[in-house]
Each structure stands twice: as C-alpha cells, then as structure tokens.
Design a protein around this ligand. Structure first.
Ligand code: NDP
Length: 246
C-alpha cells in the first residue's frame, strides 16, 4: 500500500468522536492535518498539541460548519499554513431527533446547514485548491439507507443528500483524479450515540453483528479511502455498520 506521508488533510469536526479518531489516524500515518471544531476548544487544542510531534503538524481551527464564511476562511488558512491540500474529510454532523409534529424548523435548518450545506461549501472551497489525485471523504450514515426509529427522518434526509452529492461530485472531479466517497457508519460509540443509552440495546437488536462499532473502525476505512492506492473507488457510499442495512 502507498502512503499519505507528507500529504495535507483538512477534517471538519475533529475535536471529539469519530472526527477526533480520523485526525489521529491520518496524522499517525504521516499527514499534516488541519481540523475544525465549533464548541470544544480545549479538546481541540489539546489534540493538536498532543499530535504535533515534529514529524507532523496538526492545527485546530474554529469554524461552524453551518457558516459558509468561517468554513472558507478555515480552508484558506490551512492552505496558507501548509501550502497544499490533498484530503478533505467532511465529518462534522449533528443529529436532532424528533417526531414529525415536533420537528422545529430551526433544528431542520441547523441539520441541513451543518450536514449538507457545510459539506458542499467545504468541498467547493477545498476542491478549488486541492492537488490532482486528491481525496474527498464524507461521513454520511447508514441512516441514509435504513431508518430504524421514528424521529430520525430529517437526519436521514441529510445523510441521503450527502450520498447523492457524492455521486454527482465524483463525476465533476474525476478528470482531476480526485475521488469523492461517503463512509456510512452504523451505530458507533460516541457522545452522539452512547453505547449505554436507553436505546442502545434496541439499536444493537437491528445490527446483524449485535454490537456497536468503534471510532477506529471508521477511521481505518477513511484512511484506506485517503490512500493513493484507493484511486479507482469514486462515487461510492460504503456502509460500515455491522450489518444494520443488510
Ligand atoms: P459527536 O457528536 O461525538 O462529535 C461531533 C463532532 O463534530 C465534534 O467534534 C463537534 O465539535 C463537531 N461538530 C458538530 N457540529 C459542528 C459544527 N457546526 N461545526 C463544526 N464542527 C461541528 O458525533 P460523532 O463523532 O458520533 O459523529 C461524527 C459524524 O459521524 C457525524 O457526521 C455523524 O452524523 C456521523 N455518524 C455518527 C454515527 C454514530 O453512531 N456515532 C453513526 C452514523 C453517522 P464541537 O464539539 O467543537 O462542536
């Protein structure tokens, strides 16, 4: 397998959860990384200083994924610092579940803003400066293909939109050798989806393997898709869900 050593990656929502694990994995594989956060400033700064070890540089940038200007500024800043961009991981996401009569339009707009609009804006800004042969990896959700509970319709819609965007953008960017793929996790233990919540056992019941996945399961697949050797995979939405969808 080839290597991502000395490549430059930009990851949205890297302060906690799956995004944090992706920051760790890509930096351990030798990439310089810029990542965003919206609220978790301490965690973000700690992660950046822990991983910046002289071999690689990791920087944390505050940027709300629903705010077009702050995303564009963060990508410009990362490009200014590293002088190059090879990998974009659109990981930042929010899930606000409610049954149809209770969905607040502000929450609908927030999910669309962070989970769809932010993915588009980051991709447009990153693609403008990305090296040929680059990699764009979106973190979607198995919820795009199977909604197991009532109350997840809007979230599922946002993740299905990401899968559609992925297919179209794969065509737009193929001539530059840039691949665009979506990783669709099933239940992964994070603050968004604690494995000891009141719903966790019900969720496990829908998973063929009967258990939650780990952040590192997702980071491993992202690292594979980020690698130059994955160059013929594009436009794909890949479930990594212990058999939730099957
Ligand atoms: P967490 O809530 O544990 O972490 C979310 C991360 O995203 C944090 O670093 C958070 O930063 C950041 N973030 C949230 N909103 C914004 C924003 N507006 N702007 C910038 N950063 C933001 O979630 P997970 O790690 O579980 O989820 C990561 C991705 O994986 C999401 O896209 C989610 O939809 C998807 N996913 C998760 C699954 C799961 O079971 N956990 C299953 C399927 C998909 P901060 O704290 O600074 O706000």
């Amino acid at each position: 397998m080839e290597s991502i050593k000395n490549k430059v990656a930009f990851i949205t929502g890297g302060s906690r959860g799956i995004g944090q694990e992706i920051v760790r994995k890509l930096s351990l594989e030798g990439a310089n990384v810029a990542f965003t956060y919206s609220n978790s400033e301490n965690e973000a700064n700690q992660l950046a200083s822990e991983l910046s070890d002289g071999q690689v540089t990791v920087i944390a940038l505050k940027a709300d994924n629903a705010d077009e200007i702050s995303i564009r500024d963060a990508i410009d800043k990362a490009f200014e610092i590293f002088g190059s961009l090879d990998i974009l991981v659109n990981n930042a996401g929010v899930a606000i579940n409610a049954l149809l009569p209770d969905v607040k339009i502000d929450d609908f707009d927030r999910m669309v803003g962070v989970n769809i609009r932010g993915v588009f804006v980051a991709t447009q800004a990153a693609a403008a400066v990305m090296n040929d042969g680059g990699r764009i990896i979106n973190i979607g959700s198995a919820a795009a293909e199977r909604t197991i509970f009532p109350g997840g319709a809007v979230y599922a819609m946002t993740k299905a939109a990401v899968a559609g965007l992925t297919r179209g953008l794969a065509r737009d960017l193929a001539s530059r050798g840039i691949t665009v793929n979506t990783v669709q996790p099933g239940p992964i233990e994070t603050e968004m989806n604690p494995a000891d919540s009141q719903f966790a056992d019900i969720i496990r019941g829908f998973v063929a393997m009967g258990q939650y996945g780990t952040k590192s399961d997702i980071a491993e697949l992202v690292a594979f898709l980020a690698n130059p050797s994955s160059k013929y995979i594009t436009g794909a939405s890949i479930n990594i869900d212990g058999g939730l969808v099957c």
